[in-house]
Design a protein around this ligand. Structure first.
Ligand code: KG4
Ligand code: ZN
Length: 355
């Protein structure tokens, strides 16, 4: 077998992602094709992800997307050697769709399955970029549900250095944005609004900045945003929030919120680099798409001779490519537990450092 073909299926939240990765006998895995359907438009009407709707939509999308990635790379289902799927963490029903389809394909094709940790997918996604990292490195994982700093010594060698004790950074973006009347998911909307605002206009807390450890806390920030909106008589007033006359003050609040989140993320990452003595940091997860975070981290790290690696921008948020890649890297490292049993064993809660 000259190279193995891995089909990756991501369905942990509100994106259905499929991808094909080729794993040569020597050298790096290559992304052949990937396809994504985002459910953002569907959930926007509810201001957040509705789990039942997410599962039903994954069911509709997963097979057509699988056909699309196969036809785009000139392959057929019979060419697939391993079916990889997101086993957790995530929404139980949504995960079961991907796991169910993977099990069915594996059984029909007589091919093994590989359950992948969603955060490991994010963490390894920069290996698909034009500037891939080398081990070891510090990883800042900033997604909608997780904010963690990890020490990564190799595939499967992850040590948790610190994490959020309450809301994730993505949640802080999303919840603050929702209070400001912005659509779901709030992160990109809030950062767009922040462009015209003054980041020093509002004095917002930098939670746990001086806690002496590498943990985070973002719940207080959202409360502070709420308090400012109450003072401005804007909270829960959809008409006033949409009034162009209030745009400048909302832009100031958005810029101040973003500045607070980014400052904490950057300073804690620098502390993690200092305490581990490592000279490389990888940023992964949806919040890694944030422009200010990238600018500030790049600037601070450049001054200290530290290299920063990101996934390609379109692979920052959830996708199937990172799942197929993580499976390929595990296979290559001899660390994959392949299964030929069609077990529906998803793990909605699952610690990365426990794998
Ligand atoms: O990794 P991801 O796609 O999904 C999870 O695994 O959670 O991350 C989604 C999160 C959301 O909270 C979203 O608002 C945030 O990433 N996000 C951003 C940006 N793009 C996505 N936050 C700030 N700035 C952005 N440009
Ligand atoms: Zn994610």
């Amino acid at each position: 077998m000259s190279e193995r073909l891995i089909l990756g299926i991501e369905s942990s939240c509100d994106e259905t992602g499929l991808a094909l990765v080729a794993l040569p006998q020597t050298g790096a895995p290559r992304l052949l094709s990937h396809a994504l359907h985002s459910q953002i438009d569907m959930h926007q009407a509810y201001g957040g992800v509705v789990p039942e709707l997410a599962s039903r939509d994954h069911i509709r999308r997963v097979v057509p997307l699988a056909r699309q990635v196969l036809s785009e790379s000139g392959k057929t289902m019979a060419d697939v050697d391993v079916v990889a799927y997101t086993r957790g963490p995530g929404l139980a029903g949504a995960l079961l769709v991907g796991a169910g389809v993977a099990c069915a394909l594996g059984a029909a094709l007589g091919k093994p399955l590989l359950g992948v940790h969603h955060l490991e997918g994010h963490l390894l996604s920069p290996f698909l970029s034009a500037d891939p990292p080398e081990f070891p490195f510090v990883a800042l994982l900033v997604s909608g549900g997780h904010t963690q700093l990890m020490r990564v010594d190799g595939v499967g060698r992850y040590e948790l250095l610190g994490e959020t004790v309450d809301d994730a950074a993505g949640e802080a973006f999303d919840k603050s944005a929702k209070l400001m009347g912005l659509p779901y998911p709030g992160g990109p909307h809030l950062s767009r609004l922040a462009v015209s605002g003054n980041p020093e206009a509002f004095d917002l807390p930098r939670p746990m900045l001086h806690s002496g450890n590498l943990d985070f806390s973002f719940a207080g920030l959202k409360t502070a945003v709420r308090t400012h909106l109450v003072r401005l008589s804007l909270l829960d007033h959809a008409d006033k929030l949409a009034d162009p006359a209030n745009l400048p003050v909302l832009a100031d609040l958005a810029a101040s919120t973003q500045a607070a989140i980014v400052e904490v993320l950057v300073k804690k990452s620098l502390s993690a680099l200092k305490s581990t003595g490592l000279k490389r940091v990888v940023v992964a997860g949806g919040v890694g798409a944030n422009k200010l975070l990238r600018e500030q981290l790049d600037r601070s790290c450049a001054r200290r001779g530290i290299r920063v690696h990101y996934p390609e921008l379109h692979l920052c948020t959830d996708n199937g490519a990172m799942i197929a890649l993580a499976a390929a890297m595990r296979l290559q490292a001899g660390q994959a537990t392949l299964s030929s049993e069609p077990t529906f064993d998803v793990k909605p809660r699952w610690d990365l450092s426990a794998i």
